[in-house]
Design a protein around this ligand. Structure first.
Ligand SMILES: [Zn+2]
Length: 487
């Protein structure tokens, strides 16, 4: 089966046909860096991380571009988010930008989100933005008024095609509505005149100012992926006006289609304590949990498991119960992986478990088929859980499972659960720990404990178990052996 993608542009599932066979260009709208990221951001970027990982697993040569918005993203009252934060903290705007860009990457690294190939910053691409604005003015899609430049939405017959919002002709009233500057209320700023106190400012053909928010994505996508490219992603809440405006600017300036496939993630919600209904987790509502705080409570893989057990396009509701359920699902998967890896250390050369290799091939084929269906990660996880049931049965049976089979099982988990979903770490580590050495030492102690028990020296075996527990390493005795995990 070929990969199918639900294309928000046109609202239908379509076979994925990249512009250049085997090569894929993907642009995803990145964060505005003025505060620590929260779990809503984690959902978007973990989702696209899995899209990127799966494309690469399929063998596509992916170029993944995700911008950093460090200028121009204004609040509804026209206040600049970064400048406001800088004033609150008595810091320079670029200090704020640097602090929260680093914070964002720290969070993404901790969540196992692989870095995009290019993370261009808006402030580093002002000439490219000015150039695109000049093109839009020259071809009649934009106009300059008193140091500001606006995109003329009525000049673009396609405007609204992504969000299905159509602009009504209401020229006359709108002039008053917007104070006479814009021709139409839906016209949006490509360039803003900088007032004297506005620190982030650049020279331009229209005077000193700064770019509007939307133009950065059009200019940077074009620079790194070309005017027409394969996939554009982002969170559903940016569909209008941001994504719509990106399309309008790019297609009006370049005279070719912008992105061929639009993929948008559903939001991460929390239950409103008063109303009991799901509301979006957001900075403006103040109901958010930062990724840093969440990582104090949950393992990164548990957070990923929670996010990936819903389809990327659906909303999810964050709750302690949902996370507890993710934790137990992940543990079930990992306990099988742990056992397989530990048995590998002492596995016999004799292998009567070879019938299982066919089972692994089935798992890989099932996984590919559900992921080919619009990156259906919940069903991908279900394939791994089905496999886990059979792995447990195999390991609990009388069959002698040799090293070759155990390694093939580990390889399958590592490829599907690890490389693609980012749920199965190559080595279990604590942050900053030397995982491989720690694992070897723990396994040595497990063997010594097994020997002590064989010698009926229970005082010694209990001592080993208790002292490991005091270090946060829990041993679990199962019929098929002892596994360990970090608590
Ligand atoms: Zn964008």
């Amino acid at each position: 089966m070929t990969l199918q993608i639900f294309n928000v542009l046109g609202r239908q599932k379509q076979p994925f046909a990249p512009i250049h066979e085997g090569r894929v260009g993907m642009y995803v709208c990145g964060p505005t860096v003025y505060e620590h990221s929260h779990l809503g951001h984690a959902k978007t970027y973990v989702s696209f991380d899995v899209v990127a990982r799966y494309l690469r697993y399929r063998g596509d040569d992916l170029l993944y571009v995700q911008n950093i918005t460090d200028v121009g993203h204004l609040l509804a009252n026209e206040e600049d988010r970064i400048l406001r934060r800088a004033a609150q903290l008595n810091a320079k705007p670029m200090q704020i930008v640097e602090t929260y860009t680093r914070s964002y990457f720290e969070d993404m690294d901790a969540l196992g989100v692989q870095r995009p190939d290019i993370s261009p910053r808006a402030s580093g691409h002002v000439p490219e933005q000015i150039e695109m604005i000049e093109t839009l003015i020259a071809n009649g899609h934009a106009y300059a008024v008193d140091g500001n430049v606006y995109f003329d939405v009525l000049s673009d017959a396609d405007y609204g095609k992504l969000s299905n919002r159509r602009v009504e002709e209401q020229h006359d009233e709108s002039r008053e509505l917007v104070g006479g500057d814009k021709r139409h209320p839906a016209d949006f700023a490509l360039w803003k005149r900088a007032e004297p106190e506005h620190i982030l400012r650049w020279n331009s053909p229209w005077g000193v100012g700064f770019p509007g928010w939307h133009i950065e994505c059009s200019a940077m996508a074009k620079k790194y992926l070309g005017a027409n490219f394969d996939i554009h992603g982002g969170g559903i809440d940016n569909i209008y006006p941001h994504n719509e405006n990106e399309i309008a600017q790019s297609e009006s300036a370049n005279d070719v289609g912008f992105a061929n496939y639009w993929m948008l993630t559903g939001s991460l919600n929390v239950l409103d304590p008063d109303e009991g209904i799901p509301v979006k987790m957001s900075k403006s509502l103040g109901n958010y949990i930062t990724i840093k705080d969440a990582l104090q409570m949950y393992r990164p893989q548990e957070l990923r498991y929670f996010i990936l057990t819903s389809h990327y396009s659906n909303p999810v509701v964050f709750s302690d119960e949902a996370l507890a359920s993710a934790k137990s699902g992940w543990e079930r998967l990992m306990n099988a992986v742990r056992l397989v890896r530990q048995q590998l250390n002492s596995a016999p050369a004799v292998d009567a478990g070879n019938g299982f290799l066919a089972r692994l091939e089935t798992a890989k084929a099932d996984f590919a088929s559900v992921m080919d269906d619009d990156f259906n990660s919940p069903r991908g996880i279900a394939v791994l859980q089905d496999l886990t049931r059979d792995v447990n049965t195999l390991l609990n049976s009388e069959t002698v499972v040799g090293a070759a089979t155990l390694r093939a099982i580990d390889d399958t988990y590592s490829a599907l659960g690890g490389d693609v979903l980012g749920l199965v770490p190559a080595v279990e580590t604590r942050q900053g720990g030397d995982g491989q050495r720690e694992a070897a030492l723990i396994e040595l102690l497990i063997k010594m404990r097994a020997q002590a028990r064989a010698d009926r020296d229970y005082a010694r075996s209990d001592q080993i178990r208790d002292q490991l527990a005091a270090l946060g390493i829990v041993l679990e005795d199962r019929v098929d052996g002892t596994i360990w995990k970090l608590n």
